[in-house]
Structures are given as C-alpha cells and as structure tokens.
Design a binder for this molecule. Structure first.
Ligand code: ADA
Ligand code: CA
Ligand code: CA
Length: 185
C-alpha cells in the first residue's frame, strides 16, 4: 500500500483481518509529517484490520468515527490522531510497541475506549502540547501494561472517567493538571 486509504463520510472499511503494510509513506519513527495509513471522514467506521510496521502516522480522524478490532502491533509516530472535533469510539483495539504516543488529540472531542489493550507505550492518550482542548475520555475496561501514562495532558478542560481497567508497570496513570479531572464511574 503506497497511499492513504480514504474512508469517506458514513462509509465502512472492513479489513477482514488483513494486515496493511505501507511503503513510501514514512518509516514509523518519531519523525513528524509521515502519512496516515487511513483517513477517516465524519461518521466513518474502520474495522478488523492490522496496521503493520511501518505504522507511519496511523489513522487520522476528522469528526466522528468508530474503530473496532483495529490492531497496531508496532505503532509508528502515533496510532490515531483526532484532527477535528468529534466523538471517536475504539472498541476491542490493540496497540503495541509505541515509542511515545498512541492516541494524539489535536482537537476538542470525546474519546471512548472499550476494552482497549496497550502494551509498551509512552502515553496512551496525549493532547497536543499546551492546548486547552475540551476532551472527555471514557475508559470502559482494558489492559494497560508497560508505559509512562494512560493520559497525559496540559489541558484543564479534559476529563477522564474510567472503570474496570487492569494496569501493570505504568509509572503514573494520569498526568493531568488537577487530580479532580479524573474519576471512576
Ligand atoms: C507533536 C508535534 C505536533 C503534532 C503532533 C502530532 O506533538 O509537536 O505539532 O505534529 O506531534 O499530531 O503528531
Ligand atoms: Ca507527533
Ligand atoms: Ca503524528
């Protein structure tokens, strides 16, 4: 695959369990400006696909989207980026070997993780720099092992709600300006 796969507004891409290997779109390092493997427009659904190495810039989301059984066995620069305001639901997704970030949040939004599995990472979710994004993160089940933070943000406008999670060897679960931004539900 040599070009970003566009999933248009309201459409579904079902990978049928196949692995996508990119070529000429980036090396999966920490260099910025690699190409995304997928670009999801508003209301798109991406399911049953493995994004193999090089993971490049992963999945870019513009608006609302649903990701189901998407696996990143070797995350590239990052795995998924929210590029414009929306609600993104990730169900039964797996991300491994992320040198730094898995979910990069560059807009206001709602991120729902249902049974997310992350192994070896810097941050599972990071809002961009010092941006004061209004973000609601809901984590419903999941396993997080070997990393620095599940959420790392400088935004005072981010809230995390979580339940039923299993963690091991995560240095500090929530790196947020104020601990009151985090609660169970
Ligand atoms: C870094 C970089 C941002 C943006 C982001 C991303 O945080 O400083 O400008 O490129 O990565 O979306 O990967
Ligand atoms: Ca980056
Ligand atoms: Ca990126």
């Amino acid at each position: 695959m040599t070009q970003t796969i566009l999933v248009k507004a309201g459409q579904t891409y079902d990978g049928g369990g196949n692995t996508i290997i990119a070529s000429g779109m980036g090396d999966g390092s920490q260099a910025e400006d690699q190409k995304p493997i997928f670009r999801l427009e508003n209301g798109a659904v991406l399911k049953n696909v493995k994004i193999g190495a090089p993971g490049c810039d992963g999945v870019h989301v513009y608006g609302n989207a649903t990701l189901e059984n998407v696996q990143w066995p070797d995350v590239g620069e990052d795995a998924m980026t929210l590029k414009s305001k929306g609600t993104v639901t990730l169900t039964n997704c797996v991300a491994q070997k992320a040198y730094d970030k898995i979910l990069q949040i560059n807009a206001d939004g709602t991120i729902i993780l249902n049974n997310f599995k992350a192994t070896t990472f810097g941050k599972v979710l990071r809002t961009n720099g010092s941006g004061q994004y209004a973000v609601t993160v809901t984590i419903n089940g999941g396993t997080f092992s070997g990393g620095t933070n599940i959420v790392c943000t400088e935004s005072v406008n981010l809230r995390v709600r979580y339940r039923n999670i299993t963690t091991s060897s995560v240095t500090k679960l929530w790196e947020v300006p104020n601990s009151s931004q985090v609660s169970t539900y």
